[in-house]
Design a protein around this ligand. Structure first.
Ligand SMILES: Nc1ncnc2c1ncn2[C@@H]1O[C@H](COP(=O)(O)OP(=O)(O)O)[C@@H](O)[C@H]1O
Ligand SMILES: [Mg+2]
Ligand SMILES: [Zn+2]
Length: 289
């Protein structure tokens, strides 16, 4: 389908191109429409209709939406993932190395899929270090190669599944669960967010076990780590008030020991040690220009 606002084709999906007639059909151009007109110099001008670029752009966007990749991540790829970013001494150099290492592993996974035999990747690290960016870059590359991929925000998935139990629900429980269980490659983003009730632990365990048993690949990102951490800085509340550094829970305490150990078994773990990219971009404090 064409872009209705497209300035090139006016929404028809076809763009007219003119060529001076050399008695040859231009290479690769479908001859859908052809009109010859005599030019002032006497040579014939041919007008060809070719598919407008907006039709393929639209197709690509639809595929991204079908895979549920959120629009703010739809342009994330390996090329635009910065690994020469931080400025300022040994810590900055270590952050860059950590980003480069993570990119190498995730890109390697995508390039070798499915021959690499990996059953999962678990990207761990604080907020804003680029975990979702890298995971989406892999997902998009696989999608472009024709694999069936699906993005689900962890909390949204659990909310949707819970809402689907309601008798008036428009969405079917089996429909959601089925798509999550069957998609060839699933990205479960921001694992551990939300209240870990018994139902949550059981549901997440079920999804991961089932996918693992059927040899489907699952990519996961989480900002929880295996160490109970004291956050480095005070947290600022939306009101502007600061609260003291908090002890951050571990991944196990968010998803349960059983699910955590399942992840050890099925995933290659990639820990990213860096700082929040978005915040630094905004303050432009410690980045290379
Ligand atoms: N190394 C990087 N190079 C380019 N963009 C980055 C990088 N790290 C993060 N970003 C961008 O910063 C934003 C936050 O990254 P995101 O992947 O959401 O972080 P996380 O999932 O670790 O919280 C995104 O818009 C992402 O594209
Ligand atoms: Mg994320
Ligand atoms: Zn167009």
């Amino acid at each position: 389908m064409a872009e209705s606002q497209c300035p090139l084709c006016g929404g028809t999906g076809w763009r007219l191109v003119e060529r001076v007639d050399s008695n040859e059909k231009p290479d690769g151009m479908p001859q859908r429409k052809r009109a010859a007109a005599a030019t002032s110099s006497g040579s014939a001008k041919l007008t060809w209709a070719v598919p407008c670029d907006c039709t393929s752009a639209r197709r690509a966007t639809r595929a991204l939406t079908r895979a549920r990749i959120p629009s703010r991540y739809q342009n994330c790829d390996f090329e635009n993932f910065d690994t020469d970013f931080w400025e300022g001494g040994a810590e900055a150099a270590a952050w860059d190395r950590s980003l480069a290492q993570a990119k190498l592993v995730v890109q390697g996974f995508a390039q070798n899929y499915p021959a690499g035999g990996e059953t999962g990747l678990l990207l761990m690290g604080p907020c804003g270090v680029g975990k979702t960016h890298l995971a989406v870059a892999a997902l998009r590359q696989l999608m472009q190669r024709g694999h069936d991929v699906l993005f689900y925000d962890y909390r949204d998935l659990l909310k949707e599944l819970q809402a689907s139990y309601h008798p008036d629900s428009q969405i079917s429980h089996d429909g959601i669960l089925g798509s999550v269980l069957r998609s060839e490659v699933l990205l479960l983003d921001d694992v551990g967010v939300g209240k870990p009730s018994d139902w949550v632990l059981e549901m997440v365990g079920h999804i991961l076990n089932k996918r693992y048993n059927e040899a489907r690949v699952t990519l996961l990102t989480t900002s929880y780590s295996d160490r109970a951490e004291q956050s480095r800085e005070p947290t600022q509340l939306p009101s502007g008030q600061f609260i003291a550094p908090q002890v951050k829970e571990t991944l196990s305490s968010r998803i349960g020991e059983r699910v955590r150990s399942r992840l050890y078994e099925m995933c290659r773990t990639i820990e990213i040690e860096s700082a929040d990219y978005r915040r630094e971009i905004r303050h432009a404090g410690r980045i290379r220009s």
